[in-house]
Ligand binder design. Structure first.
Ligand code: IMP
Ligand code: MG
Length: 175
């Protein structure tokens, strides 16, 4: 039975249709060269796996673990790498695959870290974007959906590690 504190914001079919479009667009934009999709754990894992399969070219897949010293609904603003990449990024096109851009603090930090690895290019694909919450300007090349300033869960996104495996993206509110 569905949790009464959840309201569906983006149903699974809409998520999948949008990711197919994004896969086509990204494939067109990168006609040649090595392309690395870097998943930011854990929230980006479902998006990465669907996006990679929506692409019409070879991709490398790698994972980066970060902690933002935050529990609950906001991060503390301090970011730390907890699992580094396995594959070198030198001369490769790199696409950071994130679940959601909120304050922009995490991605600003990660861009800084990854630029030092000398990629050929470095851009961001985020499934969700909450532009109203931005504290650091960050350019997101591919956005799945812009959403209002509400806390969402599902399709990789959690609240205290719960709800990640929902198919839909839902707003978490009180009943
Ligand atoms: P930022 O550094 O504030 O942009 O935070 C990005 C990270 O915060 C995301 O990768 C998520 O893990 C988490 N986050 C931000 N907004 C939400 C939300 O609405 N639901 C779940 N996690 C969120
Ligand atoms: Mg999170």
């Amino acid at each position: 039975m569905r949790d009464p504190s959840l309201r569906v914001l983006i149903p699974a079919e809409k998520i999948q249709a949008r990711i197919r479009e994004m896969g086509e667009e990204i494939s067109r934009d990168y006609p040649e060269g090595n392309l690395h999709l870097i998943c930011i754990l854990k929230g980006g894992c479902f998006f990465l796996s669907d996006l990679a399969r929506a692409m019409h070219r070879d991709v490398f897949i790698d994972f980066m673990g970060i902690s933002s010293y935050g529990k609950g609904k906001s991060s503390s603003g301090e970011v730390k790498v907890t699992k580094d990449l396995d594959i070198s990024l030198e001369n490769a096109h790199v696409l950071l695959v994130e679940d959601i851009v909120d304050s922009g603090i995490t991605l600003t930090y990660l861009l800084h870290v990854l630029e030092q690895r000398k990629p050929r290019s470095l851009r961001i694909a985020a499934l969700l974007d909450k532009p109203e919450r931005r504290q650091r300007p960050v350019q997101v090349a591919y956005v799945g959906f812009q959403i209002p300033d509400e806390f969402v869960v599902g399709y990789g996104l959690d609240f205290d590690e719960k709800y990640r495996n929902l198919d839909d993206i839902c707003v978490l509110g009180g009943p």
